[in-house]
Design a binder for this molecule. Sequence first.
Ligand SMILES: Cc1ncc(C[n+]2csc(CCOP(=O)(O)OP(=O)(O)O)c2C)c(N)n1
Ligand SMILES: [Mg+2]
Length: 371
Amino acid sequence: MTSKTKKDLLDVKHSLEIIEQQFETFQILNEDGQVVNEAAMPELNDEQLQELMRRMVYTRILDQRSISLNRQGRLGFYAPTAGQEASQLASQFALEKEDFILPGYRDVPQIIWHGLPLYQAFLWSRGHFQGGQIPEGVNVIAPQIIIGAQYIQAAGVALGMKKRGAKSVAIAYTGDGGASQGDFYEGINFAGAFKVPAIFIVQNNRFAISTPVEKQSAAKTIAQKAVAAGIPGIQVDGMDPLAVYVAVRDARERAINGEGPTLIETLTYRYGPHTMAGDDPTRYRTSDLDSEWEKKDPLVRFRKFLENKGIWNEEMENEVIEKAKEDIKEAIKKADEAPKQKVTDLMSVMYEEMPAYLKEQFEIYKEKESN
Ligand SMILES: Cc1ncc(C[n+]2csc(CCOP(=O)(O)OP(=O)(O)O)c2C)c(N)n1
Ligand SMILES: [Mg+2]
């Protein structure tokens, strides 16, 4: 037996380095749309691959239209999504309808593709209560504004699923900034301890508003934070839809098989501002960094991949673009038709049983509103 010297035992820096080296970025499609990891290719047929592309193209248009609707004053809160399509849509694509999504404010596309009608997403943006009334059978909650809070809620939802013996998962999304929050650690720790079927996604778009990820944490990767919780963690090329899909599909399988939660860090980038509330990305990002990431664009690389396979062309893409524009026009019209929101609406949808002090106020507002 070789006995370790005191120096070896205390070489904690080396131990950290060994852990960090384990977290290499998982990729299947490179920037040119070439398969660089054949062994990891998912079993998706042509129709499924086309559907994933359709969703990404559609969502890019939705982003462009939402920005312009916001500028016209026809939408309220909006957090741009362009650049993050692979990270958002390929992860949702790996889910089943019975899975439950707990999104952050930038994750509206995932809940739309999980079944939330578009006009309700627009109403949510306007702060209208009907935007938060999720239809029966659509397993999502309204996007969380409190950074990281949905991680704790996801651990709870997943615990509920486990207790019921359901074959489904809870999936929560946050950002790199979210991974610096207490709720992040509590959520993954609890989920690990109770071995619940949860998937925790961190979309690392390199910035929490203006704060670069290097200033948020000394950790080399966010994926390695899984080690402290005793759960698997993986860092994925978040601009590669196939890699994101496989990572989430695998995590889902483990969760369903009773093997507990997974933390997935997707390396991605938001092309636009943090939100439409007025931040100016040129104050905290260089144009060099922007163009470095634009070269990794998920739509460009997936389009190349599909075109090389002969299953995508300009006509198909234009069809999706037209459909998106039409849907958006209709949805915004429907959102406009929603009744003007009253204070009493907010009160009556909040509680099943209204507390006495609110009942009093409710009567006062009802009186006011009837005038
Ligand atoms: C608990 C809490 N603290 C601060 C804020 C203000 N805030 C809103 S967005 C944001 C940055 C979050 O960045 P990140 O998690 O990286 O997500 P991204 O916006 O990049 O998708 C902050 C600090 C908040 N909403 N909640
Ligand atoms: Mg971020």
